[in-house]
Design a protein around this ligand. Sequence first.
Ligand code: ADP
Length: 273
Amino acid sequence: MEERQVEFRNVSFRYQEDMPWVLKNVNFTIGPDEWVAIIGHNGSGKSTIAKLMNGLLFPQEGEVYVGGTKVNADTVWDVRKQVGMVFQNPDNQFVGTTVRDDVAFGMENHGMPRDLMVNRIQQSLKAVRMEEFERHEPHRLSGGQKQRIAIAGVLAVSPEFIILDEATAMLDPKGRKEIMQTVSDVQQERDLSLITITHDLQEVTMASRVIVMNGGEIWMEGSPRDVFSKKDHLTEIGLDTPFVSKMADHLKKEGVRLSREPLNHQELLEDLC
Ligand code: ADP
């Protein structure tokens, strides 16, 4: 099996034996340098996928592989080193009295040597453009800054995959934009694979691939352009499309010919000029 990939092989999962399956025979592979957005209604199984990826849960049926290693109780610590996670609420992720302590927390958990830590803290804070905040108190930071610190903590462990589970949901539009820009820069600089779980359709357009979940199954999969051009398939399960897609539809109904499904206003304008 190829290294540096996450693979779900016929994965089914339920929280308890007498409860319904929340994932049903899910198969996918996420390779190096990919940015995969997972979308779907509440309860469609997105967070469960994230938790299976970093060994917070184990499947009852099928297997999850991270970097060629099957995720189970014996491999979980090694897996968590490779798969970092950032959650929705930044306040739940803080443990230290300074930013520096917070960023160090993940490394301490993984038993990294102290002399390595100092360098890693600085590098990670620099990557999220928060290097001046090393000695600040985390609880005084804005929501967006807190999430950047959480990302720095994950980066410090030097993972190959980062999962952002609704990590921008509690931020204002400016904070969201900053985080997504940071994440996009970090992905390119560090050669990482990203998995983002989000309701924000603008974020989805930044991904290289989209997995649409419905009722615990993969409903469709493809590039953002592919997925958003199949609007009927999305609306069938009540999912929305980005504003620019709706504008494009409206124009097409008025007889305007477009060469492609636009992912942002710039693309739409280029097509119209
Ligand atoms: P999503 O992230 O798409 O909102 P989740 O993966 O959180 O979906 O949830 C999938 C299903 O599993 C939902 O029906 C949810 O109610 C159920 N579920 C999630 N967490 C638990 C839990 N800890 N115990 C029991 N059921 C759960």
